[in-house]
Design a protein. Structure first.
Length: 170
C-alpha cells in the first residue's frame, strides 16, 4: 500500500537506462490486473530508442502547432528513457476492455514505484495515434502510453479532495 500513496507523475528524468528485467516486471505486474471476461485485452510495444521517442515528440509538436496550442509536453516526452505503448486487441465490448486497461496501467505505475522507477501515464499521444500507427504498425488500438525512467524530481503530493465531499451515502 505504500506505493499507492507514494506514486507521483514524473516529468523529469535522469539519463540512466532502465533495465529490461525491470521493464518486464512492471509489465508483468500490470497483467495481473482484473480484466473484463478475463480477456486480458492488452499488448505492448516498448520503445527505448531515443530517435523513435524523438519522433513521437515531434508528432505531438506538429499537432500542437496545427492546433495553435502551446504545450511543454513534447520536450518532456523527448527526455523519457522508456515509452510503453499500450494497445487493446478486443473490439467487442470495447468500453469494458478500456476500463480493464486502465486498471492494468495503474498496476504498472505502482510496480514502477516499488522499484524506485518514475512513471508517467500519458494520454496526449492519443492525439497523434494515426501517425504512431504509421511509424510503428501494430495490431490493435493504441489506448495509452506509459513513460518510465529514474526520476530527477521529487514532486509533492497534490492536494486531494476531501473524501467526505465525494461520497453520497444512501
Amino acid at each position: 500500500m505504500e506505493e499507492l500513496y507514494k506514486r507521483r507523475s514524473i516529468r523529469k528524468y535522469i539519463n540512466k537506462e532502465v533495465k529490461d528485467e525491470d521493464i518486464m516486471e512492471i509489465i508483468k505486474a500490470g497483467t495481473y490486473a482484473p480484466s473484463a471476461h478475463h480477456k486480458q485485452p492488452w499488448t505492448f510495444t516498448v520503445i527505448k530508442d531515443k530517435e523513435t521517442i524523438k519522433k513521437l515528440a515531434d508528432f505531438l509538436t506538429e499537432y500542437n502547432n496545427k492546433k495553435e496550442r502551446k504545450s511543454p509536453f513534447s520536450n518532456i516526452l523527448k527526455n523519457i528513457p522508456v515509452i510503453i505503448l499500450v494497445y487493446n486487441n478486443e473490439t467487442i465490448k470495447r468500453d469494458m476492455h478500456i476500463l480493464s486497461i486502465g486498471g492494468m496501467i495503474e498496476n504498472m505505475l505502482l510496480k514502477a514505484t516499488s522499484l524506485n522507477i518514475g512513471s508517467l501515464w500519458i494520454g496526449l499521444l492519443n492525439d497523434v495515434r494515426e501517425e504512431i500507427n504509421i511509424l510503428l504498425p501494430k495490431e490493435g488500438e493504441l489506448i495509452s502510453v506509459v513513460g518510465l525512467g529514474y526520476t530527477d524530481e521529487k514532486p509533492v503530493m497534490p492536494k486531494r479532495k476531501e473524501i467526505e465531499t465525494l461520497i453520497e451515502w444512501r
